[in-house]
Design a protein around this ligand. Sequence first.
Ligand code: C2O
Ligand code: CU
Ligand code: CU
Length: 444
Amino acid sequence: EVGPGAGNILSAIKGRAELIPGVESDTLGYGQDYLGPLLRFQRGRTASIDVENRTDDPITAHWHGMHVPGYLDGGPQLAFGPGKTWSPELPVDHPAATLFYHSHVHGRTAEQVYRGLAGMIIIDDPEIDDPLPRDYGVNDFPLIVQDRSFDRSGRLTYDLGMMGRMQGFHGDDVLVNGAIRPKLTVPAGLVRLRLLNASNARIYDFNFTDGRQFHQVASDGGLLPSPAAMVNLRLAPAERAEIIVDFSDQSAIRLVSQNVGSGGMMGGGNNTATLDVMSFDVGDASTSGPVQLPGSLPATVSDLGEPVRTREFILNISSGNMISSMLNNLIGQDRQTMGINGEPYDMSRIDQQVQLGETELWRINADMMTHPFHVHGVSFQVVTMGGRAVNPAEIGWKDVVHVEGPTEILLQFDKPATIDTPFMYHCHILEHEDAEMMGQFTVG
Ligand code: C2O
Ligand code: CU
Ligand code: CU
């Protein structure tokens, strides 16, 4: 855990992690062999961090979901090389939430995140009385979920193949906080699980083996207005969900995920069976935290008013000539060119200019497959998803929306970004992002 204040060092290093017990893999991490420490920031304070690069390649540290100006955002323009240090001072101006941080070097994000340059951020808001379990490591647990593949000897491998270039990487095993199928002992009572889908491309559909009901209490950007009951939870890449599970009946259960196709056209990943995620053992009764779930939550979702402008985005699997792009893909060309609105990402082109403080409606759709669409520097509200109205679990601040058909979001930017360090919008299937399904914009 790294709190706010001076002198926090986050050192990106090359690691040797035993992801499969007894077998070392080549990994990357922020200050540890694989992944980074939980960063815990308090709203209203400034978090000063020295990000060091002790790897062999350029890296960045992007604070996914935080509202910080472009020059602090850690996007592609802020990549820095081996031996260098980047020292952002982050004003923490965000409601209590579970966020994400990861490297964001253009063209290398997928492999760097795959190897381990990622972690979770928790924002606490001292002004808000959080009525949920919040005893870290006791009844409140971070769960970073990632799918990975291993070779015969148990070493981590990243082989895309043709399907992976099209659909993004899908692994055969699921890691939670860097451990394969871990077991967690929880108290008999209400437990808060902070789920972060830090996978490159996999969509999860989580459920418990006994089919029990649980409640989602927060999404990407913070608390929902009220707990939403469910028996399964869909989480696309980079999405977060905080759920409350009642373990007071003391039965040991497992968290699993049903396989979900990564897009209408191509179907699922290379595994059609149920994926094992982790298991739970139940210990003694809780001694802290609420015994009952409150009916309403101190959410911060506000009325953004009427949009003054509408923008349209089409996510393209092939930008330019679709046939030649698909042929290139079939013959195994290394990099496939995808894009948004027919244009592959260009680091030196500004695609949109947004006015600070104005409410906008963004309409997003895709020409093939489904995509998790992410916007930097802002939290937004989903208006329609795949042409339908949102359900209670989707009312809340989001920064990723899974685009399965015509989708509309309302946004209002409160942080600036200039042409030197613009904000990004992109597909969070990291192989799509690296293949240019990204655009950038200024706010001012
Ligand atoms: Cu998770 Cu462009 O970010
Ligand atoms: Cu982001
Ligand atoms: Cu995509």
